[in-house]
Design a protein around this ligand. Structure first.
Ligand code: MGD
Ligand code: MGD
Ligand code: MO
Length: 857
């Protein structure tokens, strides 16, 4: 709902450039093609790489993969999906013989038990979550179990929350498998007819997790909790286990995935309505990328390295003799090779690795050293574009056109809605242009994305029959006309004949895979994988006794290059924070909202302390979103070790040993400005700063070792240059200094610049500041600025509902004044929660707080 605020021209990359100098497209494309060709000539195809992303469209992805694997003749194309889904990919392939999600979203509505493990669905898949919530409201017998070391917003609808010890999921699911076996709950018919390997899997599970008390110790759950979980599973027919990064992003991510799949296979809970293991994908097109070969270890269209027939089919189809024969470097290995100088040119598309890959210092060093760094992005200034030797402006969402695939194998069209600012071009066009200039004209002569799509669909049909049948089959689309492509409505694959996309949804046969119990393995049987729990790669030590977990917050997307543009989205969590349990806070002498420094042996970050019971003692949680473009030191990947799962290559992002200490400063400031260009170059002087987009400008927070008066003098130095009438307020005794510059603008007073310096500011009480920069600085505003406390309409408080812009104080006041006692009533009175609904948990919490303060008579 906030996308509208992000499709703005501000901050966009508008022109191609080489080494910082603007150029035209021909120059840029020639340069990239020449540099890549020259490096390949001199050092071979292994000396170049593409690092791509689940935010490319399928057509972009297909062309990038075709160029690298098919024509450059190297497999060094990997994607940020390596950080996201690769453990699920490997887990699926081990169990099913192919990377397939068996079920569909409807299964969530048909299930009687949904297990959410390592998934904060409420914040990360809010639309799906609303669907689950509505299903539960309609059918209260639908039970929800959340397995997550943290208490998350998803726990709002949970009947049971298992705050598991991080990394012990394999033991938990092995325990479940043992319980099912002990209680005669295995589906012996299904096991016998459709699976292989149960004996080994069971014996491994038994040595790992048979004894309840030991399992309780291992997982740090109580025997009662464990039994409750096992019994729910045993007693319920239709179960879906939804999993995401708490499972995948682990040094034993694949084992975690297979431990879940084992339980579904052992009980036959797969391939039928309301059942199945369900990996929910992260990015809009992480699934599409997996299908067209975006990962370094697979070929396009679910064909495999090492399969001669696949190799021949693709070579003939693409008319190439250069098709690569062996897997390439996975993301972490790829950046190691760049760091070691083995890769001399890298092209980064639609991802921001300087922020999102572990061990940021190494990534920055690698990108600094690498002779040619081409970056295709829609935004001008990111941590990664800062390293670019060539910058290529692309079309972003709303401007680009193509297809994406979601978690339930559903392909949808993404259509062009808005004109592209500047000279942005589609990613597929840029790649094809470079390919042609490298001499591969015949294979990259695309005029329209529809041509690429139908070529890819044809490819999925190659040799796809009989014994060699692959699930991923889009042959039904092979002869799609441009008009049909344009009008395509969302459809699940496989699409084998054109009836698959012309018949209506209800009669479609492709909703679920493996319904016939036939899998994509050589024997046609699903494979149990014997797994045994193992501790995460890095363990706490005396110096680094706490475990750092990282993940997402409700209102930001990844590295914030786009979501950070929307003022209302940054109000939910305006600053980077670290969640700490009350026990640890007191042990480490930390207070709420104070700054703290968190360190691992690789680096450190400075964040605001958020004391909360939501994290377990000994564990910390920090969001992944902030970068060097919007904070001094909150890029959390700086601390994270590049330990990976040996099979999938996926890094362990959720389990880093760290330590924490309070960060002492002498002064703090907030600074509001409509135009921050004068001020930003000076920010590096301050020990801590963060930058937040607010309506009509920016809000900076600063902490410094300078005394307050000194900090005030420095800030005033920049702010004096701002237009308008200048107002100074100071209280020397309290060391509080406030300053405002207000100008006349079309009959109105407008606030251009404001700061407030003190030894310590009460940030929680400053939410009202977000709304006033660039706004009509009427008497209410001026008085508030002067006194430093919100008056009148400024009292609405922190935005709780981002969609309808309803503040915390407005909600609390409505509860008190109208004696409201349900979220529905609050929504009716204030409109809060009537947008996307992802704030309903918070509204419920506010209601409970208010009720606790003044219980109903
Ligand atoms: N708002 C928002 N939504 C997003 C994104 C975003 O940036 N912002 N990004 C999208 C992307 S690309 C992705 S991949 C998805 C990710 O979606 P999720 O996977 O749901 O999100 P995360 O916050 O990364 O992690 C999920 C949970 O795993 C828990 N966890 C940590 N360690 C363990 C463990 O050992 N075991 C278990 N069982 N749980 C553990 C964490 O505490 C966390 O609550 O979100 C997508 N949706
Ligand atoms: N510590 C920690 N680190 C993590 C994670 C974690 O849980 N913890 N999660 C990991 C996961 S699951 C993921 S998916 C990654 C995400 O990490 P990234 O992929 O690095 O994050 P984004 O901010 O989505 O980067 C996308 C970039 O592409 C640009 N862009 C947007 N649209 C387009 C387009 O159409 N074309 C092009 N060429 N560019 C475009 C954006 O401006 C932005 O710069 O982070 C990973 N890193
Ligand atoms: Mo992701």
């Amino acid at each position: 709902m906030a996308l509208g605020e992000t499709v703005i021209h501000q901050g966009r990359l508008l022109k191609p450039s080489i080494e910082g100098n603007n150029c035209n497209w021909d120059q840029a494309l020639d340069y990239v093609a020449d540099q890549f060709s020259e490096i390949i000539r001199e050092h071979g195809p292994q000396a170049v790489a593409f690092y791509v992303s689940g935010q490319l469209l399928t057509e972009d992805y297909y062309v990038a993969n075709k160029l690298m694997k098919g024509f450059i003749g190297s497999s060094n194309i990997d994607t940020n999906s390596r950080l996201c889904m690769s453990s699920s990919v490997a887990g699926h392939k081990r169990a099913f013989g192919a990377d397939c999600v068996p079920g569909c979203y409807e299964d969530l509505e048909l299930a009687d038990l949904i297990i959410l493990t390592g998934s904060n669905l409420a914040w990360c898949h809010p639309v799906l979550y609303q669907r689950v919530k509505a299903a539960k409201q309609a059918r209260p017998q639908l039970k929800i179990i959340v397995i997550d070391p943290r208490t998350t917003a998803s726990c709002e609808i949970a009947d049971l929350h298992l705050a598991i010890k991080p990394g012990t999921d394999v033991a938990l699911f092995n325990g479940l498998l043992c319980y099912m076996a002990q209680h005669g709950k295995l589906n012996q018919d299904y096991i016998a007819s459709h699976t292989e390997g149960v004996k080994l899997a069971l014996s491994s599970a038994r040595t790992d997790a048979e004894e309840l008390l030991k399992l309780a110790q291992k997982t740090e759950l109580s025997p009662q909790q464990l039994t409750a979980f096992f019994q729910h599973f045993a007693d319920t027919e239709n179960i879906v286990t939804v999993y995401s990064q708490g499972v995948n992003q682990s040094t034993h991510g694949c084992d975690k995935v297979n431990s879940i799949i084992n339980c579904h296979l052992a009980t036959g809970r797969i391939g039928k309505p309301g059942c199945g293991p369900f990996s929910v994908t992260g990015q809009p097109n992480a699934m599409g990328g997996r299908e067209v070969g975006g990962l370094a270890n697979v070929l396009a269209a679910h064909m495999d390295f090492g399969n001669d027939s696949h190799h021949q089919l693709i070579s003939e189809f693409w008319q190439t003799d250069k098709l690569t024969k062996a897997p390439g470097l996975k993301a972490i290995e790829m950046f190691d090779a760049i760091d070691q100088g083995k890769i001399k040119a890298v092209w980064i598309m639609a991802t921001n690795p300087a922020v999102s890959l572990p061990d940021s210092k190494k990534i920055n060093r690698a990108l600094t050293k690498c002779p040619i760094v081409v970056v295709s992005d829609c935004m001008a200034d990111t941590d990664t574009t800062r390293h670019a030797s060539v910058l290529l402006p692309v079309q972003g969402w709303s401007e680009k056109s193509g297809t994406v695939t979601n978690s339930e194998r559903r392909i949808s069209r993404q259509r062009r809605l808005l004109p592209t600012p500047g000279e942005g071009r589609p990613d597929w066009w840029i790649i094809s242009q470079v390919a042609k200039r490298m001499g591969f004209t015949h294979a990259f002569n695309y005029r329209h994305e529809a041509e690429i799509f139908s070529e890819y669909c044809k490819m999925t049909g190659l040799g796809n029959h009989g014994q060699n049948r692959r699930q991923l089959n889009l042959s039904g689309f092979a002869n799609l006309t441009a008009k049909e492509y344009h009008q395509l409505t969302p459809v699940q694959w496989p699409v084998i004949s054109n009836q698959d996309f012309t018949t209506n949804e209800e009669t479609q046969h492709n909703k679920r895979l493996f319904a016939d119990g036939v899998f994509s393995t050589p024997s046609g049987k699903a494979q149990f994988i014997a797994v045994h729990s193992q501790p995460p790669a890095s363990r706490t030590t005396v110096d680094y006794p706490l475990l750092l977990n990282t993940g997402r917050i409700r209102d930001q997307w990844h590295t914030m290059t786009r979501s950070g543009l929307a003022p209302r989205l940054s109000e939910h969590s305006p600053e980077p924070f670290i969640s700490v349990s009350p026990e640890d806070a007191s042990a480490y002498g930390l207070s709420h909202h104070q700054l703290a420094q968190i360190s691992s042996p690789l680096g450190s970050a400075t964040l605001h302390v958020n004391i909360t019971n939501d994290v377990r003692q000994g564990e910390l949680f920090a969001p992944i979103h902030w970068s060097n473009t919007n904070t001094s030191a909150a890029k959390i990947c700086t601390l994270i070790y590049p330990h990976t799962d040996t099979l999938s290559g996926q890094p362990e992002f959720k389990c880093t040993p760290v330590t924490i200490k309070r960060f002492n400063y002498r002064s703090e400031a907030v600074l509001l400005s409509t135009d921050s260009s004068e001020f930003e170059p000076e920010l590096h002087k301050y020990e801590y700063w963060s930058k937040q987009r607010v309506a009509n400008g920016y809000l900076f927070r600063i902490a410094s070792l300078l005394p307050p008066k000194e900090l005030m003098l420095q800030l005033r130095h920049y702010c004096y240059r701002q237009n308008g009438r200048q107002l100074n307020f100071s209280n020397e005794a309290k060391e509080h200094y406030r300053f405002a510059a207000i100008s006349h603008h079309q009959e109105q007073q407008q606030l251009n610049c404001y700061f407030w310096v003190a030894g310590k500011l009460q940030h929680q009480e400053l939410d009202w500041l977000h709304a006033i920069v660039g706004e009509n600085a009427d008497d209410t505003v001026a008085r508030s600025l002067l006194s430093g406390s919100a008056e009148g309409r400024l009292r609405a408080g922190k935005n709780v509902c981002a969609c309808k812009k309803v503040g915390k104080n407005t909600i609390c006041q409505a509860i008190r004044e109208h004696q409201l006692d349900s979220v529905e009533q609050i929504s009716t009175h204030t409109q809060a929660g009537t947008g996307c609904g992802s704030c309903i948990g918070e509204i419920q919490q506010l209601l409970s707080e208010q009720q606790a303060k003044s219980p109903a008579p």
